[in-house]
Design a protein around this ligand. Structure first.
Ligand code: CAA
Length: 273
């Protein structure tokens, strides 16, 4: 399937041929689908490399408003590829391997506009860590989430020991990390690990994306930037960043349109300007 949206671009966006994932954009929603169903979408180094490439494409694609990551088949992703982990020869190689995954997920976390993981099944180990690098997580009812690494004599290495406690708190995170247990979508919801649960994760994620896309795109990016940059700073410094970004937002055409539309009692027509 050719990328039909390409001709609308002012410049030609080079989209690489992907082997282990697919990329499509429809009405502002970019959909990245991991496609190694025979290995439950385990994150091989080739797949990680393609995720880095697709993040670059999304970054440059002016049509994208929200990105959804999902998996083909019964898994979102069942973790790092254990065949590759078995072949790691020494701690230095293993460290490089962790750094590779961390770097790729950092690129996904740094995408300027909202990202959603549509967790359609297993999200384990590196698979859950990918979902944690997204802004929001939506799960189908039968999804199973967990960080089983200690059961393999490993620890989470693609960001799990850092992003999970930041998201759900240290005690809850260590429960999952120490036991390695699989949690249901329902429990994940009550832990704050996922934002929504539905019959079909992808459909639910698309509904969420559509709600988000009613809002001003630059404001969405600035709001994300404020949250991300504020993490790890003390409150006073973080609030200064918020005020600066509030200033930027106020200078957009969309801000004028948003306020005008409110006063005229109509829906705003945002242009991303
Ligand atoms: N790596 C490589 N292959 C994997 C895989 C993985 N992480 N997970 C599943 N597969 C493969 C299986 O080997 C199997 O392949 P074959 O048919 O060739 O034997 C195929 O996918 C289907 O898997 P199962 O037969 O095991 O399916 P199941 O329905 O019985 O079980 C499961 C599903 C519970 C998810 C089970 O596959 C499982 O426990 N997978 C491993 C999960 C895991 O430990 N992930 C953490 C990896 S370590 C990590 O991620 C480190 C990090 O932080 C970076």
């Amino acid at each position: 399937m050719a990328h039909e949206h390409e001709h609308e671009h002012e410049f030609i966006l080079e989209i690489p041929e992907f082997e282990h994932l697919s990329y499509e954009v429809e009405e502002g929603i970019a959909l990245v689908t991991l496609r190694r169903p025979e290995a439950l979408n385990a994150l091989s180094q080739d797949l990680l490399q393609e995720l880095a490439e697709v993040a670059e494409v999304i970054h440059q694609d002016p049509e994208v408003r929200v990105t959804i990551f999902t998996g083909e088949g019964k898994a979102f992703a069942a973790g790092a590829d254990l065949k590759e982990i078995a072949a790691l020869k020494d701690p230095f190689m293993a460290r490089e391997y962790a750094l590779l995954g961390q770097q790729v997920f950092a690129e996904i976390a740094a995408l300027p506009l909202p990202t959603i993981a549509a967790i359609n099944g297993y999200a384990l180990g590196g698979g859950l860590e990918l979902a944690l690098a997204c802004d929001l997580r939506v799960a189908s009812r039968e999804a199973k989430l967990g960080l089983p690494e200690v059961g393999l004599g490993l620890i989470p290495g693609f960001g799990g020991t850092q992003r999970l406690p930041r998201l759900i708190g240290r005690g809850r995170a260590l429960d999952l990390i120490f036991t390695g247990r699989h949690v249901s979508a329902e429990e994940a919801l009550s832990l704050g690990l996922v934002n929504r649960v539905g019959e079909d994760a992808l459909e639910e994620a698309k509904k969420l994306a559509q709600k988000i896309m009613k809002n001003a795109p630059i404001a969405l990016a600035l709001a994300k930037e404020s949250v991300v940059r504020g993490e790890g700073l003390d409150l006073a410094e973080a609030l200064e960043i918020e005020a600066d970004l509030f200033g930027y937002a106020s200078a957009t055409e969309d801000m004028k349109e948003g306020v005008r539309a409110f006063l005229e009692k109509r829906a705003p027509n945002f242009k991303g300007e």
